[in-house]
Design a protein around this ligand. Structure first.
Ligand code: FAD
Ligand code: NAI
Length: 467
């Protein structure tokens, strides 16, 4: 191991591992410290990837149980092997985390296992059990991510009252799962367990599911999820939870005040957001500033207030998304290598992997209206898209928002099959400062789901053909 590193990254999640690899590719001598046994952070170990594995498996289970017959495919009685489903999820995660270890070796990034503490400027001490290593370093990158936001009065035990981590590993399908929070985790993991047979009730503080998303998306998803069998209680607050041998009694009351009710659940999933994670990092010791919510404060070049200490990813706030953390990882590595690194925050997409998927980039119609920006809006339903009809998956729409005067693309919102991939063309057009007309005049393969996005762009710019 080197005597002095150019860069020590603390945290091996999508922000940290990408920064480490990119910095090594740019010629820096890099170590990455992570206290988990495996690399990949929250995303690969207990976030994006295990949840997507279970979403895919549970989607197959539901499709086989419910949808195959319409295609003339007879299956007989479909039964669930939850252990096999979980084993597949574990294998997917295993393969992916080992993949990061391989990439570290290939790019000559030193992986140091253990908890990293900044013990002085230019010094990171790593502890693992009784083993202690002191790394001397020119620059330190904090990429320690986030943790589950706690809900007062509802203590997580990861058995009956679980966070997303527990909800990814339940040993049996709960009869009644109550999800607190109708955000991304609540709706994705709520969908997994509903598809596998649980009765699912979602309790949300605000008066909408997926707050922050476009108004049409929120309305559509409330309708869709309700139709799928999810019970959604909006404007409701959880005031306490009592766990017993048989389950959990959750006390819930209307936000506006009124009668308290007790909902009985076998399992409660707390998914009310995530908070920055900086425990044991030693920020106080070296004087790195955090804001009132605990996020590490950085400038436009990811520099903290202490020279030689940088931060990226969930721990600095903004969208808590893996691809945002990764882009920051690349940008900070470029900056450290003397190049110009930059992230275009206006074009960071968000995807919710329910079925149908939800995908968004740019501004929402409601937020633009609040600012008085004049816009043109085009919408196209998947029920008018030939591929979606042929597939038998035609729920949802594509919506394109463009500036009324210049036609510049301001936002695209899709609820529909494959929305998470369909959004990519809108992101690219936005990155190039393109217009609704650019999208509308771009040839799209037929029959393709992307034609719905093109038609929405046509509707925003001029007129759609197929509605
Ligand atoms: P993290 O991935 O949290 O990594 C931080 C790492 O730092 C961790 O491994 C931690 O062990 C380590 N660490 C912390 N402190 C120390 C220390 N002192 N010493 C050593 N190591 C330390 N995002 C998406 O874009 N798409 C998705 O589909 C998606 N699905 C998600 C599903 C779930 C259930 C959850 C919980 C999150 C999901 N996310 C998703 C969010 C995504 O996981 C995060 O945005 C992303 O992981 C943030 O990356 P990061 O590198 O900033 O931090
Ligand atoms: P979230 O911010 O998406 O949703 C939290 C929800 O809980 C909100 O609707 C909020 O109004 C509600 N809420 C807050 N306090 C409440 C209370 N006391 N009672 C009832 N409801 C309450 O956070 P979530 O779902 O926990 O996800 C955390 C992060 O992980 C998100 O920032 C998200 O970006 C990321 N993530 C991303 C995924 C993706 O990209 N597909 C998948 C899963 C997570």
């Amino acid at each position: 191991m080197a005597d002095t590193f150019d860069l020590v990254v603390i945290g091996g999640g999508p922000g940290g591992y990408v920064a480490a690899i990119k910095a090594a590719q740019l010629g820096l001598n890099v170590a990455c410290v992570d206290k988990r046994e495996t690399l990949g952070g929250t995303c690969l170990n207990v976030g994006c990837m295990p949840s997507k594995a279970l979403l895919q498996s549970s989607h197959h289970f539901e499709a086989a149980s419910r949808d195959f017959a319409a295609h003339g495919v007879k299956t007989g009685k479909v039964t669930l092997d939850l252990d096999a489903m979980m084993a597949r999820k574990t294998a997917v995660v295993d393969g992916l985390t080992k993949g990061i270890a391989y990439l570290f070796k290939k790019n000559k990034v030193e992986h140091v296992a253990g908890t990293g503490t900044i013990t002085a400027i230019g010094e990171v001490t790593v502890k693992q059990g009784r083993k202690k290593q002191v790394l001397k370093v020119r620059n330190i990158l904090i990429a320690t991510g986030s943790d589950v936001a706690p809900l007062p009065g509802v203590a997580i035990d990861e058995e009956k009252i679980v966070s997303s981590t527990g909800a990814l590993s339940l040993s049996k399908v709960p009869k009644h799962l109550v999800v607190v929070g109708a955000g991304v985790i609540g709706l994705e993991l709520g969908s997994v367990w509903r598809r596998l047979g649980a009765q699912v009730t979602v309790v949300e503080f605000l008066d909408t599911v997926l707050p922050g998303m476009d108004i049409d998306v929120r309305k559509q998803m409330k309708r869709t999820l309700t139709k799928q069998g999810m019970a959604i209680k909006l404007s409701s607050k959880v005031t306490g939870a009592k766990a017993s041998k048989t389950g959990v009694g959750l006390t819930v009351e209307p936000v506006a005040g009124g009668k308290t009710e007790t909902i009985k659940a076998d399992v409660v999933l707390v998914a009310i957001g995530r908070v920055p994670y900086t425990d044991g990092l030693g920020l106080d010791k070296v004087g790195v500033e955090t804001d009132e919510r605990g996020f590490v404060k950085v400038d436009g070049d990811f520099r903290t207030n202490v020279a030689g200490i940088y931060a990226i990813g969930d721990v600095i706030g903004g969208a808590m998304l893996a691809h945002k953390a990764e882009d920051e990882g690349v940008a900070v590595a470029e900056i450290l290598a003397g190049q110009k690194g930059h992230v275009d925050y206006a074009a960071i997409p968000g995807v919710v992997y329910t079925f149908p998927e939800v995908a968004a980039v740019g501004r929402t119609e409601d937020s633009l209206a609040k600012e008085g920006v004049a816009v043109k809006v085009g919408k196209f339903p998947f029920t008018a898209n030939s591929r979606a009809l042929a597939n038998g998956e035609a729920e949802g729409f594509a919506k394109v928002i463009a500036d009324a005067a210049s036609d510049r693309l301001l936002g695209v919102h899709i609820v529909g099959p494959g929305a998470g991939d369909l959004i990519q063309e809108a992101i690219t057009v936005m990155e190039f400062g393109g217009s609704a007309e650019d999208m509308a005049r771009t040839c799209h393969p037929h029959p393709g789901l992307g034609e719905a996005v093109k038609e929405a762009a046509m509707a925003a710019w001029d007129k759609a053909i197929h509605v």
